[in-house]
Design a protein around this ligand. Sequence first.
Ligand code: NAD
Length: 495
Amino acid sequence: MTTATKCSSDSVLTDGDVRNYINGNFVSTADTIDDFGPATGTVIARIPRSQQADVDNAVAAAKSAYPEWKATPVAVRAEYLHKICAAIQKEAAHLAELETLDCGKPISLTSQVEIPRAALNFKFFAEFATGDETQSHEMADAVNITQRAPVGVAALITPWNLPLYLLTWKVAPALLCGNTIVAKPSELTPLTANALAQIIHSVGLPAGVFNLVHGYGAECGGPLVGHEDVSLVSFTGGTATGKLVAATAAPQFKKLSLELGGKNAAIIFKDCENDDWDNMIATTVRSSFLNSGQVCLCCSRILVEESVYDRFVTDFVKGVEALRIGRPLDKDTTTGALSSRAHVEKVRSYIQLAKEEGGVILTGGVIPDLKEEFAEGFWLKPTVIAGLDPRTSRVATEEIFGPVVTIHTFKDAADAVDIHNSVKYGLAGTLWTSNLKQAHAVSRQMHTGMVWVNTWLHRDLRVPFGGVMASGVGREGGKHSLEFFSELKNICFKY
Ligand code: NAD
């Protein structure tokens, strides 16, 4: 049913056929869910609507495969990761088209960033593996051997915004550490998770080590989180869902990682006017509207020092209006569609609320005038709003997760920090200044898990990734992922 270009004759992918992957078999369910292509608003696939019984089967398969996978040497597990990386790279062009079709996002983003990085996640963790599996500590009369043991059956639940990238970011370290997996991708963007199951099947990973169930959050994700044989839950999604996941997992003492929502800010000091202005403007346009603002690290609040506010607004709005919104498969499109009709309606309701709160729409706020082909699609123009109170306006303090930014002024560094820290979220922040002392002082006071100074989305896969407060609990990345997906076990040998 999908309309992505045909896979090559030696491809292992069969796009239209979306099924659960349980114990090495692709299986259907009686009921299905329609999967819509956001650009056209039409049904592009029908996917399984899994229930408790399907989850039970997947967890049983993962549980039964666990002892053998746990006993498999880490070097052998790493070899599987290398094979999965190579298979993703081989199918990269097609996977990029599939992701673009399913998410409505530009092909430049999927082909140049998301799919290559999904492959890299496997390579990175495969190469990161060796070194600290075992440590020893000598005593006068004994030696302690500290081993890194797997946790058990891992439930991996992912959102719709970067489907394959975020799934592989969990699957790779979970597999490497010796866990078996039941993954549950978003029902809105299931196609590349389905493709990943086909790729994993093609490289011969033992049956039951990786399982995939499609379905709605409440019917499929909920039973997975609550299953008594699941020992670990890695969840990326909204803060409200994160609360439900935590309420189920915590009393069962499951290992839990929550990567949740955000309301990230960019702070622009007047001294970046000196030499970095054009770069700052271009990066801030990107950090506001990459993937139509649907990246958890996007900045949805821009705080600008009073004396450069007018210049900033003029240059920023010019940059936003130069974005090319349109056919996602065109190479020069920068801005695609939003994930779903419901999401467009949610974002539009915030634009309406901004007007009620006294905001001024500087650009956007409306559905773009596109070709007939996209008339039923889920589109909205990049929108810039000024004039809202940064501390009390709902639009300026609640997560919208779409193509909307609000701009505010600040008087000095203390005021900037105070506004920055006035929301309940704390994922990432960005700071633009040429004053080194100011950069140190302000970045240390920003209440977030991550800060970028004079850059944005500059990612090193070894560094800790995660938020504070309503943005989540725990860290992913490099050794932090290995810590989460394993348990340290100490064995003391008496001489
Ligand atoms: P969501 O919370 O609606 O859904 C995320 C996943 O959870 C989906 O697979 C969904 O089916 C599942 N789910 C829903 N209800 C469930 C339940 N009761 N039990 C178990 N699983 C359930 O989020 P979304 O709308 O798909 O994604 C957008 C959100 O994700 C935004 O808030 C965004 O900020 C956040 N996000 C955070 C990060 C991060 O790293 N912090 C990264 C990407 C996205």
